[in-house]
Ligand binder design. Structure first.
Ligand code: HEM
Length: 575
């Protein structure tokens, strides 16, 4: 009997071993043929994830580790294994090719599901999560009024000046209370950036910066805060009370960042969304934004068709609502009814996206630029001298320059300083795409459905690549810039590299990718640049940024949604 049954268990064991071996093989890295990789990582179940996690723990920023690989392997295209059982991720590290992919190859390299998933749970209808097809382009066109120069000049300019002056006054009060000690200042920039974007989106002025200043003045007069004995210790300042919506947006930004950093983003996101705090904040932001949309709809629905057509849009919510109402007029529908659920959601999500994308980015850039001022006292002094020459009223009469003169006076060294800050801050150090079709890059075949990390940093020496391996458009772009690499090195902060010999500013000295390129280029670039300029000018004219004590001056970065400094302390002398 037993002899008869022996072959069956043997076959079962054989099958089990085969299935196990197959399963193990499936979870171990399976390299894409022909693309260089780290051989040791390919032998490990966790692939490159272990090294990446270690680098993240050690430095707070995984991007150096990711883009170092191409240099180690001497290849502009390489692959990494970032999660067991998943396809490899391809890394592309060549400025010309990255710019070409972003500008001309969106049908081959489009929005990655990783990015879509992270945002889709919160903003399913916003343009950011859409693939670069007709629906995306139509939505961008619908909203372009909000980011266009006429709207920015008419609506955003006076508001950004107001909040930038508010920050100057807050710094002045904090400096008095700190009495020579260094103090943390990220919240100043963060809350002011939020109040501006919120005002641009809803047309409702914020008072958090003014309130914070009043609180600091009260604490100084009442001597209610005991400062540390040492002049080199961090001063105690009253905490800025963030508007509720600002805390909500920061909370959602950290949710998105956590999911983007996770090895298994959908699981992380699912877990975060189950948390009661998440649900509570979500309900809060839904009712706030919907309230603004309904108030704008009710107001605009009372206008005559002519008034509606002639109306100057004075906030993003008015833009969204007016354009929906104009579409109703064209279809011969009544203006009175509430919006359909879909129309309401589309306006809602785009407004929320502007709040998310247009808030922390600007505060992070300003924080880096303040660090560059402190780390480079000679360049700070030079910037101040050119600004004082451009705006003599600040020195002779103590008057602040007007917003128009700040924005529209040509000041080459200021433009170079801004450009170099944007380059060196490298706030979005990794752009993510997915191949939408089987394709190739620099002679390497990349199959459909592979996640691709693009390095937009203008600061690493390009590897030698035969021109014949490039696409036609990439070959054609060779002379678009004076250089792709500064022989004096790009690891220094040097605004001068953007100046011609005659001292004029030359934006074509090197490529610029900090706001990405092509059809998916940053939507808020103009607003961000104007706001950066106004804040930088007013800060440098009003304060000397002294060096902060050792231990508070680290230039190390951390990766949240953006690459931001680990430490942001200032020590100021008012001017
Ligand atoms: C210093 C400030 C800023 C920097 C450095 C920055 C950078 C970027 C970058 C690099 C991208 C491209 C991401 C990609 O290609 O995958 C991007 C996209 C985007 N930015 Fe900005 N940004 C800034 C400010 C703003 C502001 C103020 C707004 C809103 C008013 C904004 C709205 C957006 C949106 C909506 C997208 C997504 C575009 C798409 O649909 O693909 N950004 N930004």
């Amino acid at each position: 009997m037993s002899v008869m049954f022996e072959p069956l268990p043997l076959a079962a064991v054989g099958l089990l071993v085969f299935v196990l071996l197959y399963a193990v093989r499936r979870v171990y890295p399976r390299p894409l043929p022909g693309i260089p990789y780290n051989a040791a990582s390919a032998r490990s179940l966790w692939g490159d994830a272990t090294g990446l996690m270690e680098a993240f723990k050690r430095t707070g920023d995984p991007n150096k580790y990711i883009f170092k690989q191409g240099r180690d392997l001497d290849s502009p295209v390489s692959q990494m294994f970032l999660a067991p059982g998943s396809k490899p991720t391809v890394i592309i590290d060549d400025v010309r090719e990255v710019k070409d992919i972003l500008s001309h190859r969106t049908h081959e390299f489009d929005r990655a599901p990783r990015t879509q998933d992270a945002y889709r749970a919160l903003l399913p209808h916003c343009s950011l999560v859409k693939l670069t097809g007709p629906a995306f382009k139509e939505q961008r066109k619908f909203w372009e009024g909000v980011t266009g120069i006429p709207f920015l000049r008419r609506v955003a300019e006076p508001k950004m000046y107001h909040y930038a002056l508010g920050v100057v006054e807050l710094f002045r009060a904090q400096t008095e209370l700190a009495a020579g000690r260094p103090f943390a200042c990220f919240d100043n920039f963060d809350v002011a950036a939020f109040e501006l974007i919120c005002d641009v989106v809803f047309g409702t002025p914020g008072s958090a910066i003014e309130d914070a200043r009043a609180e600091v003045v009260r604490a100084t007069r009442g001597k209610t805060i005991q400062q540390p004995a040492s002049i080199d210790s961090v001063a105690e300042l009253p905490t800025i009370q963030k508007p509720e919506m600002c805390s909500d947006v920061s909370f959602f930004i950290s949710t998105i960042a956590k999911s983007l950093k996770s090895i298994f983003p959908p699981w992380t996101l699912w877990y975060l969304r189950q948390q009661p705090l998440h649900k509570q904040r979500l309900a809060q932001k839904e009712s706030t934004i919907d309230g603004h949309i309904e108030a704008a709809r009710a107001r605009l629905a009372r206008l005559s068709p002519e008034q509606l057509k002639d109306l100057d849009e004075d906030s993003a919510v008015v833009t969204g609502v007016r354009r929906q109402l104009l579409a109703r007029l064209r279809r011969g529908e009544s203006l009175d009814a509430r919006f359909s659920k879909l129309a309401q959601k589309e306006i809602h999500d785009e407004l929320f996206m502007i709040l998310v994308a247009g808030h922390e980015t600007k505060a992070v850039l300003l924080s880096w630029s303040v660090k560059f001022l402190m780390a480079n006292p000679n360049k700070q002094e030079k910037l101040r001298q050119v600004l004082q020459a451009a705006f003599p009223e600040r020195v002779s009469k103590g008057e602040q320059p007007s917003v128009k003169s700040i924005l529209y006076t040509s000041i080459p060294y200021l433009e170079a300083f801004m450009e170099e800050s944007i380059r060196y801050a490298n706030t979005s150090p990794r752009l993510v795409r997915m191949t939408a079709t089987d394709t190739q890059c620099l002679g390497y075949r990349i199959p459909k459905g592979v996640t691709v990390f693009l390095n937009p940093y203008i600061g690493t020496k390009p590897l030698d690549i035969p021109e014949g391996l490039r696409t036609d458009t990439s070959r054609g772009s060779k002379d678009n810039f004076e250089s792709y690499w500064d022989p004096s090195g790009m690891d220094e902060f040097a605004p001068e590299r953007w100046l011609n010999e005659d001292g004029s500013f030359n934006p074509r000295k090197f490529p610029r990718l900090a706001f990405s390129a092509g059809p998916r280029m940053c939507y808020g670039r103009n607003l961000a640049l104007m706001e950066f300029r106004v804040n930088l000018v007013l800060l440098v004219l009003n304060f000397k940024f002294e060096q902060v004590p050792k231990g508070l001056d680290s230039m190390e970065s951390q990766q949240r949604l953006f690459r931001m400094p680990q430490q942001i302390y200032v020590r100021l002398t008012p001017l």
